[in-house]
Design a protein around this ligand. Structure first.
Ligand code: ADP
Ligand code: ARG
Length: 342
């Protein structure tokens, strides 16, 4: 492989941090699962509109390709090699009374974490047999959940297009054919080994073998962020007794994408901010101040509809889960105040 030339207007962290020197030092290296630099950067090379542009094939990738990944992790999370990751899953430490009890602004709240199985390659480097094994192990663990968390597993294989489309439209299921994931091999053997578990009310869901092997999700209508967090924590604690997760003292939970390391947590609200959205500069000033990210209504790389936005924490590594949710909460309080003042 030759050194990829990125156009001047390419803004990805890959294009910024892949110097010729770094490329030469890493280009012939492969992890024990056979994952190469070429595979790690292919998504960003093919998709020049990437924000990041790199993925890991396994835990080892983060060490082996550190010359490229460390500066990307530092720029995204503000987390250096000297920093230590920390965890706090105690809902009592979260200060988050419903910021919108009348339901004027917040449509729904969702908090998810990514997890992958210990001693397994990540999705980009996994074999079909290993992926099927992950699915079977995760589903066996989920089947033991009780109470509010008990539910059923629905494999993608054999699911009707209609049911699949409805689940996607209603914000419960991952979409199909993501070009960023495609380029790193995360869509191989689709739809085999993929599926969704959920309880009857669809307030607790688990995605199996999408970008990460598990995406554990708690969601509901309205703005009771603490209730959503509390349910998620109880699910995480139950599942981790059944499925061993890949974890590193330095990087926290190991995920395919470096943006998800650490807590692997994204806490979001769908929130109506039509007036504020008319002044994107003022809107962004607030989201930047609180380390928030703005997404569209149908998830990443989608657009807003009807002045409703997906607002979530941006940092996930080097802060605790409680702090990640607190970032989102504090920012949402500020956004509602700004919207009300207009
Ligand atoms: P992820 O959260 O796993 O990083 P996406 O941004 O693609 O991935 O979002 C996944 C799905 O979750 C999308 O359908 C999105 O609309 C939905 N979603 C995200 N936040 C909320 C929310 N607060 N309320 C309802 N649906 C949400
Ligand atoms: N690889 C994509 C990009 O660089 C997504 C990055 C973050 N999102 C994610 N789902 N991992 O734009």
């Amino acid at each position: 492989m030759n050194y990829p030339e990125f156009p001047q207007d390419c803004k990805s962290l890959l294009s910024k941090h892949l110097s010729l020197e770094v490329f030469e030092a890493l280009k012939d290296k492969k992890t024990s699962n056979g994952f190469s630099l070429e595979q790690a950067i292919n998504s960003g090379v093919r998709n020049l509109d990437s924000g990041i542009g790199v993925y890991a094939g396994d835990k080892e990738s983060y060490a082996l390709f550190g010359a490229l990944l460390d500066p990307i992790i530092e720029e995204y999370h503000g987390f250096t090699k000297q920093d230590a990751h920390k965890s706090n899953l105690n809902p009592d430490d979260l200060n988050a009374p419903n910021p919108d009890p009348e339901g004027k602004y917040i449509v729904s709240t969702r908090i998810r974490v990514g997890r992958n199985m210990d001693n397994m390659p990540l999705g980009p480097a996994i074999s079909k047999e290993q992926r099927d094994h992950v699915e079977a192990s995760v589903v066996a663990g989920l089947k033991t959940l009780e109470g509010e968390l008990s539910g059923n597993y629905y494999p993608l294989l054999g699911m009707s297009k209609e049911v699949q489309d409805d689940l996607i439209k209603d914000h419960f299921l991952f979409k199909e054919g993501d070009r960023f994931l495609d380029a790193v091999g995360l869509n191989r053997n689709w739809p085999e080994g993929r599926g969704i578990y959920h309880n009857n009310d669809k307030t607790f869901l688990v995605w199996v073998n999408e970008e990460d092997q598990l995406r554990i999700i708690s969601m509901q209508q309205g703005g009771d962020i603490k209730e959503v967090f509390t349910r998620l924590v109880s699910a995480i604690k139950s599942i981790e007794t059944k499925v061993p997760f890949s974890y590193s003292d330095h990087l926290g939970f190991i995920t395919s994408c470096p943006t998800n390391l650490g807590t692997a947590m994204r806490a979001s609200v769908h929130i109506a901010l039509p007036k504020l959205a008319a002044d994107m500069e003022a809107f962004k000033a607030i989201t930047d101040k609180y380390y928030l990210q703005i997404r569209g209504i149908h998830g990443e790389h989608s657009e807003s509809e009807g002045g409703i936005y997906d607002i979530s924490n941006r940092r996930r590594l080097g802060i605790t889960e409680v702090e990640a949710v607190q970032d989102m909460y504090d920012g949402v309080v500020a956004l509602i105040a700004a919207e009300k003042a207009l």
